[in-house]
Structures are given as C-alpha cells and as structure tokens.
Design a protein around this ligand. Structure first.
Ligand SMILES: [Fe+2]
Ligand SMILES: [Fe+2]
Length: 302
C-alpha cells in the first residue's frame, strides 16, 4: 500500500486473513529447520532458537499452540511453552504447508531492518527483565519483544519503513505512529492488535502490540492478565533498538556519550526500574547488538 491510501478498521479486518497467511518465510529458516536432527538431545533447544529468530514463524507457532487443536489448556505465552505443546515435528509441518511463493528470497533493506529491530527488542526485553529484577518472565519478555511490531509486518509488506522515508519525518515512535495514522488511517499498533485478535494470540503479546507506544500516545493501560512492568520493559527495549539503529556511532561512542544518549532517547517518559542503571543499559545495548548480528547471519540476512 502506498502513501495516501487510508485503511479503515473494517477493510483491514476483511484483508487480515490473507495478509496474515501471506506473512513471509525466510528460506534460511526453512533449510535450518529441515536440518534439525530430531533424535539429537538438543533438538528442542535448536528448534526454539531457530523459531525465536523469526517473528512471522514465532507468531504462527504461538497461534497454533493456542488454537482449538489444544483447547482446554491454559494459553501459553512463551516459545518454550508453545513448542512443548506443538512438538518439533509439527513446526516442520507448519513450514511445509507454506507455499514457496511466500519465501522472502530478496529482502529489502527496510525488511532487514525490521527483522533486526524485532530481534533487538526481543534480546533487549529479555536482558532488561533479567537485569531489572522485575516480576516479568524474561522468556515472555523475549516473545513480546519479538512480536511487538507484528503490525508492521502485516501493514507494510516490502516497505516497512515507508513512513520514515518521507523527508522531514523523524524516527521517533510518536512521529512514526502519527505518520502512519495520517497515511493509512491506522497505525501499526492498531494493526498488530487486530492481528493478535484474529489469530487469538495470548493477552501479553496482544497488549504488547497495542500498547508498546503507550508512553508516546497515551493509550489505556493493560489488564491484569499482563504482568506489571512488561510494557515498560518492551517500551525500553524498543527505544534501545531505535538508538542502536538510528544514532550514528552510538556503539562506538564513549560510555559518557552513550549514557547521555540513552538518558535523552530511552528513559524520558517511562518508569525506570530500581535495579536498572543507565550504565547497565549501556552493557545491554552492546550485548543486544552482538546477538542480533549473530542471529541475522543465522537467518541469512547478513
Ligand atoms: Fe512499534
Ligand atoms: Fe518497535
């Protein structure tokens, strides 16, 4: 969809089934999954690692694990829980069922940055949940971080950064959300929320999609089924990723400059955690950047 085409909630809801089914698959993910030796003692961990690098596949797995095929069990909101329920064999079956026309053989720069942003937010959320000693399961934080921008995968197809490419628009979350609303009638948080509703993804993921820009857009708070602190963890990880991607030279800067940058770009308007210092966040940023590069290589995106 190009700029200027507005999308009503009703028309998106009509298009959503096809848009979700058409979410792309990375060929490297498929070939890696095909090479997993199911008899190996670490087959489960390897499969979890592969699926956990790919937001569309992780969303499909979560949908399947929480579908009527497994009715009567409590919703699962971690990759480990979803994979235990579904089994490694069925993950391969899910991938097999996707058409090769969905293979993303020539990703655009914007798509690669969206994958990188999702991974950075996932790694950041897991590390922040661990470091901040909040009562948030780091693996839940990881999955919510990985899927928080599901709406961008659904909404923009090949050009997930089109709202950023217009001169004069910034990369700040509030500017992105505002630009999407004026270009499309809906923003990616709305779209992610509707996508989660359609696929019946569990509450923490759905509210992460809807509310991760809440500090910028003053949306309502999440219900009690979402752990206290989860949204702040996701918001902080999201902003950290934007700094890593958009602030030139951040990773090479001196600690003093890194701290000042994080205080200016990440910590305004969000509740900070007692145990999380800005110095710790600098360390988290370095680890996030390193792990994301390793994962992008695994995904065939580097
Ligand atoms: Fe977002
Ligand atoms: Fe984001």
């Amino acid at each position: 969809m190009g700029s200027g085409a507005t999308l009503s909630r009703a028309s998106l809801q009509r298009q959503l089934p096809l848009k979700l089914e058409a979410l792309p698959v990375l060929p490297a993910i498929v070939s890696r999954l095909l090479r997993v030796d199911h008899a190996a003692p670490d087959a489960f961990e390897i499969t979890e690692l592969i699926v956990g690098g790919d937001p569309p596949l992780a969303a499909r797995l979560l949908r399947h694990a929480n579908s009527s095929a497994f009715s009567g069990v409590v919703p699962t909101s971690t990759l480990q829980g979803a994979l235990s329920r579904v089994g490694i064999g069925q993950v391969l079956g899910m991938v097999d069922a996707l058409g090769t026309s969905q293979y993303l053989t020539e990703p655009t720069e914007g798509q690669i940055r969206l994958w990188a942003h999702s991974l950075q937010t996932a790694y950041g959320a897991r590390l922040i949940a661990q470091e901040a000693h909040v009562d948030v399961d780091p693996e839940l934080a990881y999955l919510c971080g990985l899927l928080h921008d599901l709406g961008r995968f659904v909404l923009f197809g090949k050009n997930p950064e089109e709202t950023l490419s217009i001169p004069g628009r910034g990369a700040a979350p509030a500017a992105i959300v505002q630009a999407e609303r004026s270009d499309h009638g809906l923003d990616h948080a709305d779209v992610g929320w509707l996508a989660c509703q359609y696929w019946k993804l569990p509450d923490p993921v759905a509210f992460a999609c809807r509310d991760h820009h809440a500090a910028d857009t003053a949306r309502c708070q999440s219900p009690t089924s979402v752990p206290d602190g989860l949204m702040q963890v996701i918001q902080l990880a999201d902003r950290l990723s934007l700094v890593i991607q958009h602030v030139n030279g951040f990773l090479q800067a001196s600690p003093r400059v890194q701290i000042a940058t994080l205080e200016r770009r990440c910590l305004h308007g969000v509740t900070t955690f007692d145990f999380l210092t800005t110095e710790t966040l600098v360390g988290v940023a370095g680890t996030v950047a390193l792990r994301t590069e390793e994962a992008l290589s695994m995904l065939g995106l580097r």
